[in-house]
Design a protein around this ligand. Structure first.
Ligand SMILES: NC(=O)C1=CN([C@@H]2O[C@H](COP(=O)(O)OP(=O)(O)OC[C@H]3O[C@@H](n4cnc5c(N)ncnc54)[C@H](O)[C@@H]3O)[C@@H](O)[C@H]2O)C=CC1
Ligand SMILES: O=C(O)C(=O)COP(=O)(O)O
Length: 391
């Protein structure tokens, strides 16, 4: 059984109960997390994987995880529709004061009520999204979905992504400044990285139209808070809507703070949790990697009694050394996939070990770990065959 440290809320009852057990150990095998910070102290040699339910992995030390041979997974697309719908809801609320109108109508006591209510309509005149320009910064899964919906609502869509995308309804521009100068609404949908931290600062805000609204659904740190407060207070920016509340933004007119609600629908949470458990189960039982942010993708039918997984720093000659070690030890390579990503590589190898080889696994493992660049070696037993558990 693998020991799982659960950060945030996860219900393990739907997971195979022979695989995972919740634990408060200081060195877990698995970490399950949403947006909370993963403390570096939990990245110990035992840690096989961190499964992030959601997209942003800025709260996880990816460099330390990779060096440690810990796979980090996320759930691409699982909450994209939820975030898109919330942004659309905010856009409508920004142009038509629906909640205020409902609140004020509820206060009325006149009878008949309708004429009295209609008397107040003047205060709630809104405007329309149709024909306005939306600027989307970050044209990934959410950005693309948002672009499509906005196009069908009759908005003009301008967008910027680091690597341009092949998109039908978006006029892609060469830089962020071009989005900021043209848009009535600017939506931030970037990951938080060293490159994107405070990407919207005072000079960038100065490029926006005074009638424009900035919506931040990426991460709070993408925006310089003091600069945005200044811009709103000086009426150089109409409004700032953020999904990442901060004390510096609290109770300021024309700044709306949401409690990080983007992915918070039943559907999105269910998709994300299911994918998180799938990522976890597939990696633990077969070494399979499909949605990792630091491991190369690798998938191979587990058509043998045993499987070796090797995670390593990529270098010329690595496989030749491993291959000769396996040959010396009479370990057959029945089928194999290898893939690389940045400076690391990952191998899934189907094999069949004799009883004696299994008994001497610790020695063979040490020999494999001694190959220069090797980071982590695992031996997995095929659960559908009658062998002893994985080591
Ligand atoms: N408010 C919420 O609850 C949620 C927030 N998010 C945030 O939204 C972000 C985007 O989510 P997805 O669209 O699902 O991710 P994604 O990975 O599909 O899209 C991110 C896009 O940003 C682009 N990008 C990265 N760095 C860039 C840069 N420096 N300049 C321009 N473009 C750059 C990438 O090329 C990619 O197209 C996440 O990383 C997360 O921080 C995601 C889900 C829920
Ligand atoms: O998926 C993301 O990146 C999000 O921001 C959603 O985070 P959450 O899991 O709702 O805390």
């Amino acid at each position: 059984m693998y020991q799982v440290k659960i950060i945030d809320n996860f219900d393990l009852s739907t997971v195979d109960d022979h695989l995972l057990t919740a634990s408060e150990t200081a060195s877990p095998d698995v970490i399950l997390v949403r947006s909370s910070q993963v403390p570096d102290r939990l990245i110990t040699p035992r840690l096989l994987l961190i499964a992030r339910s959601g997209i942003g992995t800025n709260t996880i030390n990816l460099a330390a995880s990779t060096t440690n041979g810990t796979a980090v997974f996320n759930t691409p697309g699982a909450n994209a529709n939820a975030v898109k719908e919330l942004i659309i809801q905010c856009l409508f609320q920004a142009v038509r004061p629906l909640s205020q109108a409902i609140r004020e109508t509820a206060k009325l006591t006149a009878d008949p009520l309708q004429p009295a209510a209609e008397q107040q309509r003047q205060a709630f005149i809104g405007s329309e999204l149709y024909g306005k320009t939306i600027g989307i910064i970050g044209l990934g899964t959410i950005g693309q979905r948002l672009a499509d919906t906005c196009y069908h609502l009759g908005l003009q869509v301008v967008g910027y992504n680091r690597s341009p995308k092949n998109l039908q309804h978006v006029r892609q521009v060469a830089n962020i400044a071009e989005v900021l100068t043209q848009a009535d609404f600017v939506v931030l949908l970037l990951p938080l990285t060293t490159e994107t931290s405070r990407i919207i600062d005072g000079p960038k805000l100065a490029l926006m139209r005074p009638s424009a609204t900035l919506l931040n659904f990426g991460r709070g740190e993408l925006v310089d808070n003091s600069a945005v407060v200044q811009a709103v207070q000086d009426r150089r920016l109409k409004a700032y809507i953020t999904d990442f509340p901060h004390r510096d933004l609290q109770n300021i007119p024309h700044i709306w703070q949401l409690p990080h609600l983007g992915g918070n629908t039943r559907e999105a949470l269910s998709h994300s949790t299911n994918l998180t458990f799938q990522n976890t189960q597939d990696f633990l039982t077969a070494g399979t990697v499909r949605a990792s942010v630091n491991f190369p993708t690798a998938d191979l039918p587990f058509a043998s009694p045993d499987r070796l997984t090797l995670f390593f720093k990529d270098r010329p000659g690595f496989w030749a050394e491993v291959d000769s070690l396996l040959t010396q030890n009479h370990i057959p390579v029945e089928e194999m996939v290898v893939n690389t990503r940045d400076s690391v590589g990952y191998i899934l190898m189907n094999t069949t070990l004799s009883l004696a080889q299994r008994q001497h696994w610790t020695t063979l493992r040490q020999a494999l770990m001694a190959v220069s660049g090797m980071i982590r070696v695992r031996l997995l037993a095929n659960a559908s065959a009658p062998f002893s558990p994985s080591i």
